[in-house]
Write a protein that binds this ligand. Structure first.
Ligand code: DX5
Ligand code: ZN
Length: 220
């Protein structure tokens, strides 16, 4: 199967939290289609961000971007309905907390969204293997989640290669996303390892030329 087209998903975590609508509209103005939204509960990760009302407000402000919603929550199953109603297009949940992963992924789809499964750096690829048939996206974290601006974990590349190999061997078509410390150099390394969907917070929002940044990702 030929590789999926490279998609850039800017992480609004690195946007202007006093004016997230402007940050989202700026992403769309570049012709980009995806926006990554990081939801943190101060429990699964040691930080807090925002909730479904922020997604709803971005929709009311006119954002038509594909909302790639990354739930870093201990109890994600309690919130998928709220995020779906608020305007999420894809909802990703972590494999690490104890809840019914299969039922939650099915519930996300029943709510009309795409679903994704996420692995922390310390979690082996084998943990998500039973779910590969049931997801639209696998997100391999390339930092310990909780904060933007951390250094890319190059030791995650073999995990990406493993998930990409399973996808190829099994004829599956889920997207393979990376998140954390992704810039133009590390994105190229991830692309070579099989990734096709690139979350970029700090590197994108601090870039002096976002148009060139987006074009470089599209060429990967
Ligand atoms: C980390 C978040 C990331 C974060 C990435 O916990 O899941 O999406 O925004 O930020 P950068 O690109 O700055 O590493
Ligand atoms: Zn994220």
């Amino acid at each position: 199967m030929s590789p999926l087209t490279a998609i850039l998903a800017p992480s609004i975590l690195a946007g202007d939290h006093a004016n997230l609508a402007a940050s989202a509209l700026g992403v769309a103005a570049l012709g980009l289609k995806w926006l990554h939204l990081d939801i943190m509960d101060g429990h699964f990760v040691p930080n807090l961000t925002f909730g479904p009302e922020t997604l709803a407000a971005l929709r009311r402000a006119g954002s038509k971007l594909f909302f790639d919603t990354h739930l870093m929550l201990s109890e994600p199953h309690q919130y998928v309905e709220a995020f779906a109603k608020a305007g999420a297009n894809l909802i990703s949940v972590h494999i690490e907390p104890g809840y019914d992963h299969s039922a939650t992924l099915a519930r996300i789809r029943a709510l009309g969204c795409q679903c994704g499964i996420v692995l922390n750096p310390g979690t082996p690829a084998a943990a998500i293997e039973p779910h590969l048939n049931s997801v639209d996206l696998v997100l391999v974290m390339t930092v310990q989640p909780g904060f933007g601006g951390q250094a890319f974990r190059r030791d995650m590349l073999p995990k990406l290669q493993q998930v990409a190999a399973w996808r190829r061997e099994r004829g599956l078509s889920f997207r393979l996303e990376v998140d954390g410390g992704v810039d133009l150099d590390t994105a190229a390394e991830c692309r070579a390892a099989g990734a096709d969907t690139f979350v970029a917070g700090t590197s994108f929002f601090r870039s002096k030329d976002q148009t060139a940044f987006a074009a470089a990702i599209a060429r990967l």
